[in-house]
Each structure stands twice: as structure tokens, then as C-alpha cells.
Design a protein around this ligand. Structure first.
Ligand code: SF4
Length: 281
């Protein structure tokens, strides 16, 4: 184990911190997988900074870490890059998906990894079947979701309900619904890149736990995060993409559909693709 990380872990233990962020282990795992030469080139600050953040409860400027996938190091220190270098990890379904989803919800309820924690009334981890064949991923909680702690329960949620129950003819309880961030951004703004990056570990664990046959991203925020692109939705929707071997079908966010009647038809085409995938996979 990296000596800087070891010292940080000791400090955390002394401070009484018992639950460590998964990012800490991810960083160390990436370092452990990297060849020795690359490891030597890579600053140890990424893991230490994550440890320090866990102790202070404040977000950190991520230090560069080794990209275990191509054995190169980088000077890009953004949170988005930090998330990217962890991508080569294979998606593994945990042995007890229900326990893992419960653990994610419990960790989210205490999470202070980004400033969105400051304005929340309830965290909104997500809900649905741990064995869902379809997983919907939206942007973040709105006022109704923040009040109830449940995803997609406002006007946009009612429209998503209709898509699921009347369009797909399945129960809402049979899909899994999550968001990119689990706390409400102020004034319903889109989450920043740093907020999305701080929260994405929870989403990745939820995807791994559910292991759906198909993911349907709702709107640009979720689509851009998962596919790591900033292309417009008009170019991304209408076809199938892939994330770690899972089919990803982007479509418009229900809130957008409430304002744009014309987007309902292409959305229905996307949902038909989702159903096809769910039935055939
Ligand atoms: S949005 Fe996510 S990362 Fe930020 S405080 Fe909430 S749970 Fe933590």
C-alpha cells in the first residue's frame, strides 16, 4: 500500500472515521494494478487527497493518478478525469445486490462529498427492483423528490410513470430509477461536472448491483456522464450505445417532454428500442 495513503488511513482511524469512500479503494486499486514504472511516475496525492476529503467532508481537487488501462500518467487534475481513469474496472455484480443497494442508500444518506448536501432535505438514492431489466437514469432530484426522498414523483415523474406503465406495460416497481446526483441542486439547475463526478461512484454501484439488460438515460446530464461525451442529445439519441458492455439508449428527459410536445414521438421510438433490448437480451 502506498505509504502516504497508509498514513492518511491511520489519521482517519484516529479521527474515528470508520466508513471510507469507495473512491479511496478505487484509487489504490488502480495504483496496485499499474506496472511499477507507471506507479513510480504517478503522484500518490490522489488517494491521500481522497482520504483527507473523507476526514474533512469537503470536496478536493483531484490529483492525477495512473491510468491503469494504458499505463500512462497525466497532468489533467479535473474531477471528470479522475472518474475517467477508473473506467477500466470491470462491472461485477455483487453477491448480494439488495444489501449493496441498501449500503449505497445508507452511505448516500450521510454523504457530504459535494456542496449539494448543504441544501437538501432528503437524499434521493433511487428505487426499484434489484432485478430490473430496465434501469432509468435521470439528472437529479427536484423539489418534490427532495421533499419525499423518492425519484421522479413530480410532474415529470408522472409522465415517466405513464411511459413505464401505459407505454411499456410494466409496473414502475419492476424497473429501477436512479439519478446522477442524489441531492437536489439549488433552483433545479443541472449538476456541475464536479458534483456529478463526486456522486458517480454511487450510481456505478447501483448499476452493478442491478445489472440491467438495458440502461435508458433520461436527458443530457445522465447521457453525457455515462457516455463521456458532450455531443447534443439530437445526435446521441436514436441509436444504441454501450457502457461497460451494457446497452445504453439515451432519450429525452420527461421534464423536456412537458415543454416540447414534438419530442414525444422520438422518445416513444427510443422507448420501443428499450423494450426490444429488455425482451431480447
Ligand atoms: S449529491 Fe451525491 S456526492 Fe453530493 S452530497 Fe449528495 S450524495 Fe454526496
Amino acid at each position: 500500500m502506498d505509504p502516504v495513503l497508509r498514513r492518511s488511513l491511520r489519521s482517519l482511524a484516529a479521527a474515528g472515521v470508520r466508513r471510507l469512500p469507495r473512491a479511496l479503494f478505487d484509487v489504490q486499486a488502480a495504483r496496485d494494478r499499474a506496472p511499477a514504472a507507471a506507479r513510480d511516475r504517478a503522484p500518490a496525492g490522489g488517494a491521500a487527497a481522497a482520504a483527507s476529503a473523507a476526514a474533512s467532508g469537503t470536496p478536493v481537487e483531484r490529483a492525477p493518478v495512473v491510468n491503469a488501462g494504458n499505463e500512462s500518467s497525466t497532468s489533467a487534475g479535473s474531477a471528470a478525469h479522475f472518474a475517467t481513469v477508473l473506467e477500466p474496472r470491470a462491472l461485477e455484480r455483487p453477491s448480494d445486490p439488495v444489501a449493496e443497494l441498501d449500503a449505497v442508500a445508507a452511505e448516500v444518506s450521510d454523504c457530504r462529498a459535494c456542496t449539494l448536501c448543504e441544501g437538501r432535505h432528503h437524499t434521493v438514492p433511487g428505487e426499484g427492483s434489484p432485478n430490473a431489466r430496465v434501469m432509468f437514469i435521470g439528472e437529479g432530484p427536484g423539489a418534490d423528490e427532495d421533499r419525499t426522498g423518492r425519484p421522479f414523483v413530480g410532474r415529470a415523474g408522472k409522465l415517466l410513470d405513464d411511459i413505464i406503465t401505459k407505454g411499456m406495460r410494466i409496473a414502475r416497481e419492476d424497473v429501477f430509477i436512479a439519478n446522477v446526483v442524489k441531492c437536489r441542486p439549488p433552483n433545479n439547475r443541472a449538476p456541475t461536472a464536479d458534483e456529478s463526478a463526486a456522486c458517480r461512484g454511487y450510481l456505478q454501484r447501483q448499476i452493478a448491483a442491478v445489472s440491467p439488460a438495458v440502461i435508458c438515460t433520461l436527458g443530457a446530464t445522465a447521457t453525457h456522464l455515462l457516455l463521456e461525451t458532450d455531443s447534443p442529445m439530437s445526435r446521441l439519441r436514436g441509436r444504441e450505445h454501450s457502457w461497460r458492455g451494457l446497452p445504453v439508449i439515451p432519450t429525452y428527459h420527461p421534464a423536456y417532454l412537458l415543454r416540447n410536445e414534438a419530442a414525444k414521438r422520438p422518445t416513444w421510438e427510443d422507448i420501443q428500442r428499450v423494450m426490444q433490448r429488455a425482451n431480447n437480451a
